[in-house]
Structure formats: structure tokens, C-alpha cells
Design a protein around this ligand. Structure first.
Ligand code: CA
Length: 262
């Protein structure tokens, strides 16, 4: 059988972390796969179980919601195009009772769907076709975020990505050991990205977090301040290495909070 999931070369969606054992000591996380296409389900199951994750599967929205309720998975991989319901509806229903991280699967060119799903409570997305490396990176980041959220107290953290250090407690940002002077808005923008490092944040989410819920339509704010922030922290703002643009969707601070230190 030919699998339609091909390795992707989408460099911006790759995480640098090694693809070694994803499962930390202790119980293997349980991942629910909600996807109607059998070859993709098989690919997901094979990729995830090789890394030690346990999986359960559902080909429809109805069965997916039932399994989510009966098995309480640690993470859900959710296809947006399901035969019996829209994936975004599934997500909205899930979010009324579940905080399990959800990684969305969607076809290329459906950016609006992805944005809608991320705003409805999705944690991250994968564009079909995707490779095993991307899949495992997204799953790893989403699981890590969930465990950090469970620990809470994230404002007492320092986040380090390469030469960039963000001290969320003291509100100090430094680049290669010299302090970077940010305006309050630039700082809020960077801090929001840093608290969600590795995760894609939609334009609306960032606008709401930084400027308040009344500003979600003012995407020009984001463009302007993202430009000035990049000029301060990026060695080459035209080829950013810290803040990655997710075209049509939002931004992602590279790296993952594995670098968190107290
Ligand atoms: Ca589908």
C-alpha cells in the first residue's frame, strides 16, 4: 500500500531537537488519533508507537469524541476534514471539558481552517503531507506545554534559545549577554511568544494577548511591532532565526521550553 504521507521539506516547521526517545521515563503518553484516511492513520500510529507512545484511533468525529471521553488521552491528533462533522466542531466540543493538547491535521492551502482551529483551542498544526520528524516535534512540544501548564508558575522562568535569554520574572531580555532594550509592547509580544515557545500562535491570539480583545482586527499593529522586535533581536531580520513566520497563520518562537530554568 502506498502511503500518501510524504516527507516534507518545509524547513520553517521543523524543530531542531533530536528525534530520539520522546517518551520520558514513566508511563507512555496515550495519543488519540482522529483521522478518517486509513493510510494517514497507519502512518501516524507507526510513527508514534515506534517512539514509545501508546495510540488509540477513531475514523469519525463521533467515535473520536467517545474515545476522548472514555480514555482521557494525553494528546489528540485531530484531522479537520472528517466525514461526519467538521474538525473545528469536534475541537469546540472537546474544549468544553478537556484541556488535552490537540495537534490539528489539515490540507495545504487551508490556512483559514487552521487559524479557526487554533483559535478554537488547537495547540498546533501539521500541514498534509508532513514528515515523521515534524509530527514528532509537534507532539513533543505539545506534550511538554501541557506538563508545564500543569506545573504552572511559568512567570518565574528564564527562557533561553540560542543567544537569546528572556527573564520573565525580571522582565529582562538579553542577546549574547548584552541587554536588549524593548518597548513595553515589544516585550509583551516577545514574552507571549516565549511563554509558548515552539508553539504556533495565531495573529488574533497575539493581538488579543498583547493589545487586548478589542484589537484582534488590527493586524497592522502586529506587523509593525514584530518588525521592530525582530530588528532588535534577530541577527538578520530578513532571515529570522528566533521568531518564525507561519505564513497566513501567525508566528512561532523557535525552540522549546526544554531550556527553561528556574
Ligand atoms: Ca480527512
Amino acid at each position: 500500500m502506498r502511503c500518501r504521507v510524504l516527507p516534507s521539506v518545509q524547513a520553517t516547521c521543523r524543530e531542531d531537537a533530536a528525534m530520539t526517545s520522546d517518551v520520558e521515563s514513566g508511563q507512555a503518553p496515550l495519543i488519540l488519533i482522529i483521522e478518517d484516511e486509513k493510510p494517514i492513520r497507519n502512518f501516524l500510529r507507526a510513527s508514534l508507537t515506534t517512539q514509545g507512545y501508546k495510540t488509540i484511533e477513531a475514523p469519525t468525529a463521533r467515535e473520536g469524541l467517545a474515545l476522548a471521553a472514555s480514555h482521557i488521552p494525553d494528546l489528540i491528533v485531530l484531522d479537520l476534514g472528517l466525514p461526519d462533522d467538521d474538525g473545528v466542531n469536534v475541537l469546540r466540543k472537546l474544549r468544553t471539558w478537556s484541556t488535552a493538547p490537540v495537534v490539528i491535521l489539515s490540507a495545504r492551502g487551508r490556512e483559514r481552517d487552521k487559524v479557526e482551529a487554533l483559535d478554537a483551542g488547537g495547540d498546533d498544526y501539521l500541514t498534509k503531507p508532513f514528515g515523521v520528524g515534524e509530527l514528532l516535534a509537534r507532539v513533543r512540544v505539545a506534550l511538554r506545554h501541557a506538563s508545564i501548564a500543569a506545573d504552572a508558575g511559568s512567570d518565574s522562568e528564564t527562557i533561553s534559545i540560542g543567544d537569546l535569554h528572556i527573564d520573565l520574572l525580571r522582565r529582562v531580555v538579553s542577546l549574547a549577554n548584552s541587554e536588549v532594550h524593548l518597548t513595553p509592547i515589544e516585550y509583551r509580544l516577545l514574552a507571549c511568544l516565549a511563554r509558548n515557545a515552539g508553539k504556533v500562535l495565531t495573529h488574533n491570539f497575539l493581538l488579543g494577548q498583547v493589545w487586548g480583545p478589542g484589537s484582534v482586527s488590527r493586524s497592522e499593529y502586529l506587523r509593525v511591532f514584530m518588525g521592530s522586535l525582530r530588528r532588535k533581536i534577530e541577527p538578520d531580520p530578513a532571515d529570522p532565526k528566533y521568531i518564525i513566520t507561519e505564513i497566513g497563520i501567525g508566528y512561532r518562537l523557535k525552540g522549546a521550553p526544554s531550556d527553561l530554568s528556574a
